[in-house]
Ligand binder design. Structure first.
Ligand code: HEC
Length: 127
């Protein structure tokens, strides 16, 4: 009798746990409208086309000459205007790609999206 009760208890726990994991785990953390989604895709294509990943990491993957960009948007020392300035004029080592303002905005939209979805990537802020 005890075995049956234990089995039913474990089995139902497994079923409930699976249901929660499979239905909750894949939710989109950030929702964007169609216009923003278009910009994000444009930015992502530029990021691939100009091979930014040769020097920059996103989610820890990429080259190490340039800084990691996953959380550049929400970093208090960097943020949007700082990134725009780097994208517009280049830096001491960052090449100037002569992007148009539209292209810069697209890349920023993409990096903003990456930052917003990097929920588990962000380190907890020290107290
Ligand atoms: C040749 C290597 C290289 C390539 C390719 C490159 N970057 Fe950079 N990037 C850098 C370096 C190095 C910096 C830091 C500033 C400096 O030293 O010039 C930087 C800085 C930046 C910054 C400012 C953020 C920060 O934390 O400093 C942004 C945003 C950025 N790059 C985006 C891009 C994008 C988007 C591309 C592709 C279109 C790209 N980079 C391609 C090397 C590169």
């Amino acid at each position: 009798m005890l075995r049956i009760v234990l089995f039913l208890l474990l089995f139902s726990t497994y079923v409930i746990y699976s249901a929660v994991v499979y239905s909750k785990g894949t939710e989109n953390a950030v929702s964007v409208d169609r216009i923003e989604a278009g910009k994000i895709n444009h930015g992502k294509k530029l990021y691939q086309q100009y091979n930014c990943t040769a020097c920059h990491q996103i989610y820890g993957l990429g080259g190490y000459l340039g800084p990691e960009l996953t959380t550049a948007q929400s970093d208090p020392n960097r943020g949007e205007n700082f990134m725009k300035a780097l994208l517009k004029g280049g830096g001491p080592r960052m090449p100037n790609f002569h992007f148009t303002d539209d292209e810069i905005n697209a890349v920023i939209s993409y990096l903003k999206y990456v930052d917003a979805t990097a929920v588990t990537y962000k380190k907890p802020t020290p107290k």
